[in-house]
Design a protein around this ligand. Structure first.
Ligand code: GLU
Length: 615
């Protein structure tokens, strides 16, 4: 239910937001009220400092859409949904209504942090062995079988998340929030090098589906950099949802089409990809619901750090690692020791994530133990300042701990992690002090590769986040109706009860380490938030070597190698895989001063905008 008090904040409720699309562009307006032409937002602004609210995302069109909502009197939630819907147009390989995500919200009126779990969900009839190839009895390969498939498509949660957030805390309707995105989908946006490169990198699988080929390989090739990309099918889909709400998606035609497509993907006659089919039924869509969850919370050096509870492992793993690091006086350490402790704490927390965290509707997740400072004190005993632990490290024992350094650890559990590179993150603040941190995804870049025919959006492949081989003891095993474990880590940090920092990132399981590293950089290493977002990234997820950007290996490798750390480059140079994360953040300073940051370089750079720039 929308809070009346929120509505009263608008100078001119409804009517003001109704102008959003028209004001976004310096447009000539046709007789039908559509923009015939207009200014497109292409400028990338990595940092903006100012007042009155801010939006930061990876994309200039999406950030501009959100900023306009704020300027017209909308609040952070209204702006976040407008930004997210626009990302669905301009960042379609990372986000969209075909996927899901996790939404964290600080409500200035109450001082409370709320979260929405909008995770994709496994079909009820999905069997434990869904990822075993019936023809061989062996697990499907991750690539290409699982990645490009109907079997990995989870019931999408993004649209339900948007509706839930607006209903609970917004001041506008879904119809209004979709307007800027509809305008961008119709008038088109400028193809940037990242969009082009992501299309190129997905060419083989996009070419496997008639619908995807038609939309993203229009003349058999990726759209050229600088060309204008239109998505009228998506504009019409959003328009239908604006008119009819969620019904067509979860209980109507669009849902029926998703089910049909998952069972019978629109394969091209030329593809040789195997494309396993899925289990989703219309009843799965009808049963889908978001879940309001209590946020995770730890106190780190006086800061209250709120994050996302399971089904994401983000809040518990970032929180546990911070609790471990809280045992040490990090700020007085050398750079080598600071990073050594960061990497070791991360490995320890990942060991516990692997053993204990899954969908809490199916797994008894010992969340309070994982976030207990006493448990962390015991885990911290493992860290040797003179040498890196041999990986994988064992998980801790949550049934018996006393914070002392003598308790033996439980057996090692280490599950392989597929480092996704898709997903998008946004951070929004409004002039009332409300803050949204929202990470949304379709899992891999390009999701399942399947555009829903005539609807203009890609279906996710989020169920690849389950572990493929069924083990009853594995908290992330496949079960019908379950949510696969996520790493998404939208984080809001309060200082004396007021927002101080909000941040999040894409990057599969490296999301956790990117958020952790940025917090350590900002809080313990004396970096500004601009420096923290630009810092070279290394990710230790309880693996033999540290997955790292080449710049991390070059900058910090010589400091860390003597302690026994080894490194694997995150991906081939020049590919999008070589980067770790694409974060956004907002820091709140004195007297309402806001610093909004996006990536200066990764993913081609993002766009951070404030309502009133500082003079
Ligand atoms: N599927 C991932 C997760 O939920 C996100 C994908 C990505 O960021 O690449 O953890």
């Amino acid at each position: 239910m929308t809070h009346l008090s929120r509505r009263t904040r608008l100078a001119a409720p409804g009517a003001a937001l109704g102008l959003t699309a028209a004001l976004l562009v310096t447009a000539t307006t046709s007789a039908h009220g559509q923009q015939a032409d207009g200014q497109r937002h292409t400028e990338k602004v990595p940092t903006s400092i100012g007042y009155g609210g801010a939006v930061t995302s990876v994309d200039p069109e999406a950030s501009a859409a959100g900023l306009q909502v704020l300027k017209e009197g909308g609040n952070a939630v209204d702006a976040a949904i407008a930004t997210a819907a626009t990302l669905g147009v301009t960042e379609p390989f990372s986000t969209g209504i075909g996927g899901g995500g996790f939404f964290v919200y600080y409500d200035a009126a109450t001082g409370q942090v709320h979260t929405i779990d909008g995770r994709e969900t496994a079909p009820e009839s999905m069997p434990h062995d869904a990822f075993i190839d019936p023809s061989t009895g062996k697990p499907y390969n991750f690539t290409p079988e699982l990645v490009t498939s109907g079997v990995s498509v989870g019931v999408p949660g993004s649209l339900a998340t948007w509706q839930s957030a607006l209903d609970q805390w917004g001041t506008t309707s879904l119809a209004q929030a979709l307007k800027p995105a509809i305008a961008v989908a119709r008038r088109g946006f400028v193809v940037d090098p990242t969009f082009h490169q992501q299309t190129e990198e997905n060419k083989v699988r996009f070419d496997a589906f008639t619908s995807t080929r038609k939309l993203y390989l229009p003349n058999g090739d990726a759209p050229k950099v600088g060309s204008i990309f239109h998505n009228p099918d998506l504009a019409n889909t959003y328009q239908l949802l604006a008119q009819r709400g969620l019904q067509p998606f979860y209980n109507g035609d669009i849902g029926a089409e998703i089910v049909r497509t998952v069972h019978n993907p629109p394969k091209t006659s030329t593809t040789t990809l195997p494309i396993p089919t899925g289990f989703m039924e219309r009843s799965d869509l009808a049963a889908y619901h978001t879940i309001d969850r209590a946020p995770t919370h730890v106190n780190y050096r006086g800061y209250d750090v709120y994050g996302m509870a399971p089904a994401s492992s983000g809040g518990s793993t970032v929180g546990e690692a911070l609790n471990i690091l809280g045992q040490f006086d990090m700020s007085s350490m050398s750079t080598a020791q600071q990073l050594h402790h960061y990497l070791e704490a991360s490995a320890l927390a990942f060991a516990d994530r692997g053993k204990y965290v899954g969908d809490p509707a199916y797994v008894d997740v010992p969340l309070s133990d994982l976030l207990s400072p006493t448990f962390a004190a015991e885990r911290a005993c493992q860290i040797d300042p003179t040498k890196a632990l041999s990986k994988p490290v064992a998980a801790g024992d949550v049934t018996s701990y006393d914070g002392q350094c003598d308790t033996p650890s439980a057996a090692t559990t280490s599950s392989g992690d597929h480092e996704g590179l898709s997903t998008s993150n946004l951070t929004v603040a409004d002039k009332w002090g409300d803050v949204v941190e929202y990470t949304l995804t379709i899992e891999q870049t390009g999701g399942s590769g399947i555009v829903l025919p005539h609807r203009g959006f890609l279906l996710n492949n989020e169920l690849t986040d389950f572990d493929a081989v069924y083990d009853p003891a594995d908290p992330n095993n496949i079960q019908g109706g379950k949510r696969p474990r996520s790493s998404i880590s939208p984080t809001i940090v309060l200082n004396n009860g007021k927002p101080w920092l909000a941040l999040g990132s894409p990057g599969g399981s490296t999301i956790i380490t990117t958020v952790l590293q940025m917090l350590v950089d900002r809080i313990d290493r004396g970096m500004t938030i601009e420096q923290a977002i630009a810092d070279p990234r290394g990710s230790q997820r309880n693996t033999t070597s540290v997955t790292a950007e080449q710049s991390f290996i070059d900058t910090y490798g010589p400091l860390l190698a003597p302690l026994g750390h080894t490194f694997s480059p995150a991906g081939a140079p020049g590919t999008t895989a070589a980067e770790i994360g694409a974060a956004t953040a907002i820091e709140f300073g004195p007297q309402g001063l806001i610093t909004a940051v996006s990536e200066p370089v990764r993913r081609g750079g993002g766009s951070a905008l404030v309502v009133t720039p500082a003079p």
